[in-house]
Ligand binder design. Structure first.
Ligand SMILES: Cc1ncc(COP(=O)(O)O)c(C=O)c1O
Length: 365
């Protein structure tokens, strides 16, 4: 099988993990976690990084530190992985779902303002599959309405919006280092911010909300969302090759684009002039003009040894998030989207194989 994703691991990961073990740094005490936070924040061009146990934990801490609580509303794209919505529920707030933009597949900034009420406290733009959301518009709406912006950059490490790295544009940026992400620590995540107060708050909540100068004293409910040094050691080795990984992904996307261009019924992934996509997942939309349905094309690819994945379901269709509204664009994107094999380790021959199966299907009369 040509996989959808696979980790890009090497000797350095092994070396740094071995060093951790030799020092006895198996939990969060040790030098790798701090180094990983510092280096990752630098990569995002922000001041502070708080390493956590997952991207979901990062979103939870970001919401708590932003003061989101029961009765508040948080604006979220209808087409995303579930975490921003589930974490909004977890803090007692209501996820308010907004339809997608047909060109970027991200939250449609034109539809945000009509969803703002007196209870709205934050917007969580998600940079879906590696393409940035239109941050200027989102930041200006947030400023006008006094809302926090929590960027969900879990799928977009290194992606750029008008020359700025995503995650460093809003109040807080959240990243995931799950095994299939651009860089991985197995499980893991990071919050990044330029705001010292938010940084201190997230650090405190990550560690059981224990009073810094009074051990075992807690004035708030906190969590254990710490990352271990062993994970951070893998993360540092990964970060050392992140540019190589992103370069490989962009190069693969160029090859895919050139081989899939012009096939009737296939829409290629977005790459707006103001954006630099990192193609976490190289994704296409299959519309009615294509010879097969989306699901039948996926089946055909599977038969030829090619793994693919269907897009996320629209949040509004699932029981905990069910809501009324116009979600036509996100529904259409969700129903027609496929993630093709997107690993940085993919060879040109493998990409050619994937594209030739799609082209063969397209050319059957
Ligand atoms: C957009 C988005 N947000 C949040 C997450 C959650 O990250 P994690 O799996 O590390 O909890 C993921 C990925 O899994 C994601 O794709």
């Amino acid at each position: 099988m040509i996989p959808v994703a696979e980790p890009f691991l090497g000797e350095d990961e092994l070396r740094y993990v071995t060093d951790c073990i030799k020092h006895g740094w198996i939990s969060s005490a040790g030098s790798y976690v701090k180094k990983f936070e510092k280096e990752f924040a630098k990569f995002c061009n922000v001041k502070y990084g708080i390493a956590v146990s997952s991207g979901t934990a990062a979103l939870h801490l970001a919401l708590l530190a932003s003061g989101i609580e029961k009765g508040d509303e948080v604006i979220i794209p209808n087409l995303t992985f579930v975490s921003p919505a589930s974490m909004t529920k977890l803090v007692g707030a209501r996820p308010v779902l907004v339809d997608s933009d047909s060109e970027t597949w991200n939250i449609d900034p034109k539809k945000i303002e009509e969803n703002i009420t007196g209870k709205t406290k934050a917007i969580i733009p998600v940079h879906l599959y590696g393409h940035p959301s239109d941050m200027d518009q989102i930041m200006s709406i947030a400023k006008k309405n006094n809302l926090k912006v929590i960027e969900d950059a879990c799928e977009a490490h290194g992606a750029e919006y008008k020359g700025r790295k995503v995650g460093g544009i809003g109040d807080i940026g959240c990243f995931s280092f799950y095994g299939n992400k651009i860089i991985t620590t197995g499980e893991g995540g990071m919050c990044v911010t330029n705001n010292e107060k938010l940084y201190e708050k997230m650090k405190y909540l990550r560690d059981h909300a224990m009073k810094p100068d009074k051990r075992y004293w807690h004035e708030e409910v906190g969590f254990n969302y710490r990352l271990t040094n062993i994970q951070a050691a893998v993360g540092i080795a990964q970060l050392e090759k992140i540019e190589e990984i992103i370069k490989a992904k962009r190069n693969n996307a160029m090859i895919y684009d050139s081989l899939l261009k012009g096939i009737e019924g296939i829409m290629l992934p977005p790459n707006k002039f103001w954006a630099k996509n990192v193609y976490w997942m190289y994704s296409i939309l299959v519309n009615d003009k294509f010879n097969l349905s989306r699901d039948n094309l996926m089946q055909k690819l599977r038969e030829k040894g090619i793994e693919t994945r269907a897009f996320f379901y629209p949040l509004n269709e699932m029981p905990p998030y069910r809501s009324e509204g116009e979600f036509e664009v996100s529904k259409k994107i969700s129903e027609s989207g496929i993630n093709l094999p997107s690993s940085a380790k993919l060879t040109k021959e493998e990409i050619k194989k994937v594209c030739s199966v799609i082209r063969e299907v397209a050319e059957v009369k």
